[in-house]
Ligand binder design. Structure first.
Ligand code: GDP
Length: 417
């Protein structure tokens, strides 16, 4: 039946009108229900010198006391000498949606006299999380994949008002291809609006100068104006100048807000006139959490995976097969081993032949020498025999044997010495 044959393998799309409600319009709701039931996993990392307000900001972002108040930093001599990696997990729920949140802290970062290698343990930690995900993906049973990859990294910049420090640039340069970087200016309430604007400009020019890629809210084709405007507004605030506070304070006009109270007034965390906290929360939680997860999976993890497999000497695609298929890998190793053996055998044969040829040439030479000597001796004997024959004939004919005389008249062989 020719009508059943698809045209060149491409099925044509025919728009049909439904006679009644079928039900697949409910698909988004089904997906939504399933996601809500399963819950979401999100891992955020915070990096920056101690005392910049990292724990306070996390508590403020998720409106919970994920971090209890910290002990003051011990004296330098008693502090550990390397950056530690500590993670805290919490299940939080909002309107029936569950989120398993993990915050990875990096105490010690930037706190030493020499901070040259501070980025190293952090890169290693991010890569080991990629490793663990790859290992789960390669398992036969891929039902329960736990995503522990870091989806966003909040990098806290000290509010100096100058430009980025060496350690900031080094960290971002090393990390920007492995994690979604979100730079924030810590404790922005310590700077004036003008200072913040200048500082932001300098930070952005440093970032551009070093070709550092920081996470940008994506916009798609056919997106409505409102969404595009929102993304642009968020982007215009990067690096976010933030203020954190998990305490409620009362404003002079009697409102209870999250903020920091000063003798001259109150800095409100959730007031966009006062700081960029609201925009940061939008970027990290309210609007782009799923985008951060997607970019981590589709771009950062994928690039790392490709690089890792290439580093193992195998190209993508076929490599994936060999990587996860021990039989294919063994077969490849066997072929290589056999080729090596054959080469060794050919080399040995060649050396053997060469040695045989040399020996043969030597034998031939000594044979020729022997033959020449033999001929010489034979000739000498022949001559001796002929001489004797002559003498014999002379004796028999009765003639006296007269010794040959030399010119001096003496007998040959009796030369006076
Ligand atoms: P962490 O070591 O980076 O985790 O810093 P903490 O969150 O423990 O904060 C260190 C100190 O800075 C605490 O006394 C906080 O109350 C204070 N702090 C936190 N956030 C801010 C902020 O936005 N502005 C100001 N001025 N102080 C802050």
């Amino acid at each position: 039946n020719p009508s059943l044959v698809p045209n060149n393998g491409l099925s044509s799309v025919i728009r049909k009108k439904l006679m009644g409600y079928v039900g697949f319009a409910n698909l988004p709701n089904q997906v939504h229900r399933k996601s809500v039931r399963k819950g979401f996993q999100f891992t955020a990392m915070v990096v920056g010198e101690s005392g910049l307000g990292k724990s306070t900001l996390i508590n403020t972002l998720f409106n919970t006391t994920l971090y209890p108040p910290k002990e003051p930093l011990p004296p330098a001599a008693e502090r550990p000498k390397t950056v530690a990696i500590e993670s805290i997990g919490a299940d939080i729920e909002e309107n029936g949606v569950r989120l398993h949140l993990t915050v990875v802290d990096t105490p010690g970062f930037g706190d030493f006299v020499n901070n040259d290698d501070s980025w190293k343990p952090i890169v290693e930690n991010i890569e080991s999380r990629f490793d663990s995900y790859l290992e789960q993906e390669n398992r036969v049973n891929r039902m329960k994949v736990v995503d522990n990859r870091v989806h966003a990294c909040l990098y806290f910049i000290q509010p100096t008002g100058h430009s980025l420090k060496e350690i900031d640039i080094e960290f971002m340069r090393r990390l920007h291809t492995k994690v979604n970087l979100i730079p924030v200016i810590a404790k922005a309430d310590t700077m004036t609006d003008e200072e913040i604007a200048d500082f932001k400009e300098r930070i952005l020019s440093d970032i551009a100068h070093h070709n550092i890629h920081i996470f940008q809210a994506p916009t798609y084709e056919n997106e409505d104006e409102e969404t595009i405007a929102e993304a642009e507004e968020i982007a215009s605030k990067i690096p976010f100048a933030v203020v954190g506070s998990d305490k409620a304070v009362v404003t002079p006009d009697g409102r209870e807000v999250r903020g920091r109270a000063y003798p001259w007034g109150v800095v409100e965390v959730d007031n966009e006139e006062h700081c960029d906290f609201v925009k940061l929360r939008q970027m990290l939680v309210r609007t782009y959490m799923e985008e951060l997860r997607e970019y981590t999976n589709d771009v950062l993890y994928e690039n790392w995976r490709t690089e890792k497999l290439m580093g193992m000497g195998v190209a993508q695609d076929s490599s994936v097969f060999k990587e996860i298929n021990p039989a294919a890998r063994m077969q490849e190793e066997r072929v290589l081993h056999e080729a090596k053996l054959a080469k060794m055998e050919a080399e040995m044969k060649m050396v053997f032949q060469q040695k045989v040829q040399e020996k043969e040439a030597k034998l031939k030479q000594s044979e020729e020498e022997l033959y020449a000597r033999h001929k010489e001796m034979k000739d000498a004997l022949e001559k001796q025999r002929a001489d004797l024959e002559e003498k014999k004939k002379k004796i028999e004919s009765g003639r006296p044997i007269t010794p040959e005389k030399n010119t001096t008249g003496r007998r040959k062989g009796f030369l006076r010495t």
